[in-house]
Design a protein around this ligand. Structure first.
Ligand code: NAG
Ligand code: NAG
Ligand code: NAG
Ligand code: NAG
Ligand code: NAG
Ligand code: NAG
Length: 516
C-alpha cells in the first residue's frame, strides 16, 4: 500500500455501471515451457516477462522523465509530484536489485549521489519516508550484503547511507511538536508545516524505516523520535477512539497526541499502521513485542467485527470499515494488502487461524479481479445489498460486490497478497493468479513509452489512460509479480515464518535486526 486517500465513510458516491459478467478474454501468451494441463508459461519465463516489463517502463522513464519524479507515458512528458528528487528512480532501485539489472542499478546509484534534499513544494513526511528513505536503505542493505556485486562503484554505496542520514536530518524537525507526533505536510525552506492534523497511516508507517536507519547509522535519535510518535497509537486516547480492542480512529492531533475520531479500517489512511505492527515484530521481536500484541488485538477484532460476507456470495470475505461500532460494507484495492498481512502474522506467530483468514481475504480480492471486463479489480467497491447502484444489480448478484470507483492506479496490493499466500502455502495456484493479473495489467495499462493508470476496469481496454506511471509500479507491482515466480533467495518472504528480510510498505526489503 502506499497512498493516503480520503474516504468519506458511508457517502462514497455510487457510480452507475452496466456490467455484463464477462467471460475472460483469452489472455494466454505463447509460453514455450508449459505447465502440465495448463497453457501458461513456466515460472522462469514468467519471471523474465516481468523483467522485460520493468525494463520497458524504466526505458520510458529514463528517456522522457529522468531525473524527475514520474513519467507521463502517453505524452512523453514528466511531473514532480514527490518533491522532484527522482522518485521513480529511487523507488525502482530495490526491484532492479532483486531482478539483477546491473545497468539500471548503477544509473540509479549515480543519481542518488547527486540529490540535494531541498524543495519548495509541500513535502509529505510519510511519502518521503516510505519511498525515498525506504528505497535508499533497502539499496544499502542489498549492496552491503548479498547483492554487493551489482554496484560498479563502492563510493556510491556508502553515499546511500550518508544520503539517508542527510534526508532524515532534513525531515526530523517535523517531530518537534508538543506531543512528539509529527506533522505530515512540511515546508522545508522555513522548517514549518501546514498545521493540519495527521493520520493513522501517516504517523504509524515511519517507524520501520527510521529504526532501520538508527540501527545502520548508530544514531538512536531516529528510532526514539518515531517510537515516541508511535506510542500514542499503541496507547490510544480518548478511550472512545478504540471502538474494539486494537482497532482505532484515523485523525491524530500533533499537539496532544490524541485521536480525533473513531473511524477506520484496513483501508487507505489507516492501512500501513496495522501492517507495521507485525512487521516491527518481524524486524526485531525483542524490542517490538508490544507492537505484536496490538496487531493480535486488531486482527482478532477484525475477524470478530469487520469480517463480512456478501449476501449473494457468502463464500467471499471482505473487511468492512467502521465509525465507532457502526460498520459500512465498503472496501478498496488499497485494503487488499490485508490478506497478505494476516498471512505474514499467522506464519510469524505460528497461528494457523490468521493464515486461514488471510487466505479468505486473498480469495475475495482475487474475485474482484476476475469479475471485471479487464480482469483487474476496482479502486473502491461495496457489497451492501441495500445500496446496490442502479444498473449493477445483476453484476452484484453474480460477483458479490459493486463498483463505486472504477479506476486502476497501477496498485500492488492484490499482487502483494498473492505473493504472501504463495510463500505460506507453496500452492502454485497463487503463482497462476499473479501471472494472470500481470498479463491483464500488461494488456490494459501498456501505452506509449510505459504504463499508465486507467479510468475504468469494467470496460475492455480500461476506458482511457490518465497518462501517469506511478513510482510504486516499479517498487511494488513489478517486484511482487517477479518475486512470486522467482527462485528462492534470502530476501524472499520465509516459507516457515522465519524471515531474514522484511518489506516496508513500499515493498523495499530491509535486513531484519537479528539477520546474519
Ligand atoms: C465505466 O464503464 C461502465 C460501462 O461502460 C460505465 O457504465 C461507467 O459509467 C464507467 N465508469 C466510469 C467512472 O467511467
Ligand atoms: C565513484 O563515484 C564517485 C562519487 O560519485 C566518483 O567521484 C568516482 O569518480 C567514481 N569512481 C569510479 C571509479 O567511477
Ligand atoms: C542524529 O539524528 C538527529 C535527528 O535527525 C540529528 O538531529 C542529530 O544531529 C544526529 N546526530 C548525529 C551525531 O549525527
Ligand atoms: C451509529 O448508528 C446509530 C444508529 O443508526 C446512530 O444513532 C449513531 O449516531 C451512529 N454512530 C456513529 C458514530 O456514526
Ligand atoms: C438480484 O438478486 C435479487 C435477490 O435474489 C433479485 O431480487 C433480483 O431480481 C436480482 N437482480 C438481477 C438483475 O439479477
Ligand atoms: C505485454 O504487452 C505487450 C504490448 O501489448 C505485448 O507485446 C507483450 O506480449 C505482453 N506481455 C505479456 C507477458 O503478456
Amino acid at each position: 500500500m502506499t497512498r493516503l486517500i480520503c474516504i468519506a465513510l458511508g457517502v462514497l458516491l455510487p457510480v452507475a455501471l452496466a456490467l455484463p459478467r464477462n467471460a475472460p478474454e483469452s489472455l494466454n501468451i505463447n509460453g514455450n515451457i508449459k505447465r502440465q494441463n495448463d497453457n501458461r508459461p513456466s515460472a522462469e519465463d514468467r519471471a523474465q516477462a516481468v523483467i522485460d516489463t520493468f525494463r520497458t517502463s524504466w526505458h520510458g522513464y529514463y528517456t522522457y522523465a529522468f531525473p524527475h519524479d514520474e513519467l507521463h507515458p502517453v505524452s512523453n512528458t514528466f511531473s514532480d509530484s514527490r518533491n522532484g528528487w527522482g522518485a521513480s528512480a529511487v523507488d525502482a532501485l530495490s526491484t532492479a536489485l532483486v531482478m539483477g539489472q546491473k545497468d539500471i542499478v548503477n544509473e540509479i546509484l549515480r543519481h542518488i549521489a547527486t540529490i540535494s534534499w531541498t524543495s519548495n513544494d509541500e513535502v509529505s513526511l510519510f511519502e518521503t519516508t516510505i519511498r525515498y528513505l525506504g528505497g535508499i536503505l533497502s539499496g544499502y542493505d542489498f549492496l552491503t550484503g548479498p547483492l554487493a556485486h551489482l554496484a560498479d562503484n563502492t563510493t556510491n554505496v556508502e553515499v546511500l547511507l550518508s544520503q539517508a542520514k542527510a534526508l532524515a536530518n532534513t525531515l526530523s524537525y517535523a517531530f518537534e511538536t508538543p506531543s512528539g507526533v509529527p506533522y505530515n505536510n512540511l515546508h522545508l525552506p522555513t522548517r514549518s508545516n501546514d498545521g493540519s492534523a495527521n493520520g493513522l497511516a501517516t504517523v504509524g508507517s515511519l517507524v520501520l524505516e527510521w529504526v532501520r536507519l538508527a540501527d545502520l547509522s548508530g544514531n538512536a535519535t531516529y528510532a526514539s523520535i518515531t517510537e515516541k510518535a508511535e506510542s500514542y497509537l499503541l496507547n490510544p486516547h480518548p478511550a472512545s477512539s478504540e471502538p474494539w480492542p486494537g482497532l482505532v480512529g484515523t485523525g491524530i492531533d500533533p499537539v496532544t497526541g490524541n485521536f480525533l475520531d473513531a473511524q477506520g479500517g484496513w483501508v487507505g489512511g489507516d492501512d500501513s499502521f496495522y501492517e507495521y505492527l507485525i512487521k516491527m515484530y518481524v524486524y526485531d521481536p525483542t524490542r517490538y513485542g508490544q507492537y505484536k500484541d496490538r496487531w493480535v488485538l486488531a486482527a482478532d477484532s477484525s475477524i470478530a467485527h469487520l469480517a463480512s460476507h456478501p449476501k449473494p456470495r457468502p463464500d467471499l470475505t471482505f473487511l468492512a470499515i467502521y465509525n465507532g461500532r457502526n460498520i459500512s460494507l465498503v472496501s478498496q484495492h488499497l485494503a487488499c494488502f490485508d490478506g497478505g498481512n494476516f498471512i505474514l502474522g499467522g506464519q510469524v506467530l505460528g497461528e494457523q487461524k490468521y493464515i486461514d483468514f488471510g487466505l479468505e481475504l486473498v480469495n475475495g480480492c482475487h474475485e474482484t479481479y476476475i469479475a471485471t471486463a479487464t480482469q483487474i479489480g476496482p479502486e473502491v467497491f461495496g457489497w451492501d445489498s441495500t445500496k446496490v447502484p442502479a444498473g449493477q444489480e445483476a453484476f452484484f448478484n453474480t460477483s458479490g460486490f459493486y463498483v463505486t470507483n472504477a479506476q486502476y492506479n497501477l496498485r500492488p496490493e492484490v499482487m502483494e497478497s498473492f505473493y504472501y499466500a504463495y510463500r505460506a502455502t507453496s500452492d502454485p495456484k497463487y503463482q497462476d493468479w499473479a501471472w494472470d493479473a500481470f498479463v491483464a495489467i500488461n494488456a490494459t495499462t501498456r501505452v506509449g513509452s510505459g504504463y499508465s493508470d486507467i479510468n475504468n476496469v469494467t470496460v475492455k481496454g480500461g476506458g482511457g489512460f490518465t497518462d501517469f506511471q506511478e513510482t510504486f509500479w516499479f517498487a511494488e507491482v513489478l517486484k511482487y509479480a517477479y518475486l512470486i515466480q522467482a527462485p528462492e533467495a534470502e530476501w524472499q518472504v520465509g516459507k516457515d515464518g522465519v524471515n531474514e528480510w522484511v518489506f516496508n510498505t513500499e515493498a523495499h526489503p530491509f535486513k531484519v535486526k537479528g539477520g546474519a
